[in-house]
Design a protein around this ligand. Structure first.
Ligand code: G1P
Length: 290
């Protein structure tokens, strides 16, 4: 089963990154040398996706511009025979179609996904939340597509989160059916620790069915007074069943300043040319004896 389309909500104001995000989308923040959104697009393309819908808002146009060509810059670098810089530009993925739709009001993730209704005509599509960056050998959405192919049901990416953090996630009640694969028996958005079914939290990767929109329309405002996709999924789960997949990979939350810093260090640790240098410099900064 092929998944060709993905929806990426990028409408959030990114207030945790103010003042920076007054003019720059948080999705454009760099992880060392690449903006967050490029990792997400690479994961999508490497999973076979070729059309992306950005659900955007004001001040987010630089995301679309980033994946467009800049002929003047190319002309300038060509004129100066600056092959190294041209190579950097050429590494930005081009082989996908970009669509965008504006979410005029921040009414929640369910509402953001509902904006994709006219874009989706397929049985299944993917949703990526760019706050969740996942480093893995096989792209996580590809891993999830394999689960879909086997079981023909919607799939949510999940991971064990610290118990004290369960109130930041959609939390599932799992019934294991195979290694890393669970039938979801219940799901709740941001529960208190004593109300959580488990510590298996939904991270920002979803494979949703094309009929999800009718469930979103039935969903009443939930946590924070917003239309939560978790609440729509709960209705869908009862009628169609949903699976959760505990993916293989290292997830970094880039949605707050501290975890963002850790994401950069995690990435640096995976790069041969940076790893040792950073280690040495960190020891120096923190005055750790070697
Ligand atoms: C959203 C979802 C939540 C999910 C989380 C993953 O929450 O509503 O179910 O667990 O993303 O990052 P947010 O982080 O937007 O509050």
């Amino acid at each position: 089963m092929k998944i060709k389309k993905a929806v990426i909500p990028v409408g959030g104001l990114g207030t945790r990154f103010l003042p920076y995000t007054k003019v720059i989308p948080k999705e454009m923040l760099p992880i060392w040398d690449i903006p967050i959104i490029q990792f997400i697009i690479e994961e999508a393309i490497n999973s076979g996706i070729d059309s992306i819908l950005f659900v955007t808002s004001k001040e987010k146009y630089s995301i679309e511009d980033y994946f467009d060509r800049n002929f003047y810059l190319e002309y300038f670098l060509n004129k100066n025979k600056d092959k190294e810089k041209l190579d950097i530009l050429n590494k930005i993925p081009q082989n996908f179609k970009i669509y965008s739709v504006r979410q005029k009001e921040a009414r929640g993730l369910g509402d953001a996904i509902l904006h994709a209704e006219d874009f989706i005509s397929d049985d299944y599509f993917a949703v990526f939340l760019p706050d969740d960056l996942i480093f893995s050998k096989k792209p996580v959405i590809k891993q999830m597509i394999e689960v879909l192919e086997k079981y023909r049901k919607p799939v949510l990416g999940v991971e064990r989160v610290p118990w004290k953090m369960v109130d930041a996630y959609g939390i599932i009640k799992p019934r294991m059916i195979a290694k890393r694969i669970f039938e979801i028996e219940d799901i709740v958005e941001k529960p208190k620790k004593n109300k959580a079914f488990s510590n298996l939290g939904v991270v920002g990767r979803y494979i949703l069915p094309g009929n999800i929109f009718s469930y979103i329309k039935k969903t009443k405002p939930g946590v924070k007074g917003e239309i939560q996709i978790t609440d729509s999924l709960r209705i869908l789960m009862k009628e169609q069943g949903i699976l959760a997949y505990e993916f293989e990979g290292i997830r970094c939350d880039t949605g707050n300043k501290y975890d963002y810093l850790l994401a950069i260090l995690t990435y640096a640790n995976m790069k041969k040319d940076l790893k040792n240098k950073i280690k040495k410099d960190i020891k120096k900064i923190f005055k750790i004896k070697i």
